[in-house]
Ligand binder design. Structure first.
Ligand code: SF4
Ligand code: SF4
Length: 89
């Protein structure tokens, strides 16, 4: 199995890992991931929690195709909501 490989500025290989999912059960809507993404991939959204019957904010993948696989959002997230995957080619 082969994955998409990128290059660093020094010309070294690196494997981008693209956002697969955001776990909305764990998300606290803090917005840290949103601020960390330079590609406008993420968007906050209201979510009606049926269990607690309350409205809360969650983060969604609104423009997933624009992700460059830097994983910065995952580093910023205090709740480890993100899962990532390299791209098979
Ligand atoms: S991996 Fe990078 S580009 Fe993709 S959503 Fe996260 S911060 Fe944005
Ligand atoms: S950083 Fe994590 S907890 Fe905060 S909004 Fe983003 S996904 Fe949710």
């Amino acid at each position: 199995m082969a994955f998409l490989i990128g290059k660093t500025k020094e010309g070294k290989d690196w494997t981008p890992t693209f956002v697969e999912t955001i776990d909305i059960e764990k998300c606290i809507g803090c917005g840290r991931c949103y601020k960390s993404c330079a590609r406008k991939v993420l968007a906050p959204e209201d979510f009606e929690d049926e269990e607690t019957e309350s409205l809360r904010m969650i983060m969604t993948l609104s423009n997933g195709g624009n992700c460059i696989g830097c994983a910065g959002c995952g580093v910023a997230c205090p709740k480890k909501c993100f899962s990532f995957k390299p791209m098979e080619i």
